[in-house]
Design a protein around this ligand. Sequence first.
Ligand SMILES: Nc1ncnc2c1ncn2[C@@H]1O[C@H](COP(=O)(O)OP(=O)(O)OP(=O)(O)O)[C@@H](O)[C@H]1O
Ligand SMILES: [Mg+2]
Length: 228
Amino acid sequence: MIEISNIRKRLGSREILKGINLSVEKGEIVAIVGHSGSGKSTLLRCINRLIEVDGGDIKVNGVSVRKYNPVELRKIVGLVFQTPVMFEGNVGENISYGLRISKNKDLAYETEEVERIAREVGVQEFLSSDANSLSGGEQQRVALARALILKPKVMLLDEPTSFLDPKSGGVIENLILKLVKSRALTVIWVTHDVSQAKRVGNRIAVMQKGRIIVTDKSERIEWGKVYV
Ligand SMILES: Nc1ncnc2c1ncn2[C@@H]1O[C@H](COP(=O)(O)OP(=O)(O)OP(=O)(O)O)[C@@H](O)[C@H]1O
Ligand SMILES: [Mg+2]
């Protein structure tokens, strides 16, 4: 579903991605762990073309991301950030944002979908509240709903629980797992937390200084050697 071949990216004078290779099967969850600055967020941004690679290629569903219109690509490939960003307006408007800008759905469909997905992520009681008044965990639920309403095939998750306390982080982790598994989504889940990577990932990729140094099932990774 996702094939990343030898991608390189330079930012300023530094090479941030130094030839990344990674394949993720349809319905698979690959967790990426790596120290701060190793290039994890940069890699995710390349996949949905928030930034463009300097070399190599990324294919989604067999097609190079360069061939997609970036707006269409971002419907298929959802991205959820570490810190949720709420737009001005209420929760319902935040969730329906992508549907409204694509303008190809009628209002009744929109209202129904927003309510359905708000219930699924557990924010139905806040639909008419100012999105910025919600707690971090609630905002992250809204961010998930906003991505999922576009029916993506791929979800890129950039440390989606790391700004939450451990208990709320655990709740959101389980919610994300439920949402992505029920839709059989293909997922790349970036985390600092090796135990989270082991819980959520079918496989784990370890990133270090712009390279993926190992990709394997957690139990086959010699953790003491690769993540120190
Ligand atoms: N626009 C930019 N110009 C120059 N350097 C940049 C730019 N954006 C990111 N970098 C550098 O690229 C490196 C990788 O950044 P990136 O955000 O991908 O790391 P990360 O692995 O996601 O880290 P963290 O775990 O802290 O989120 C960092 O050293 C960062 O300073
Ligand atoms: Mg990052």
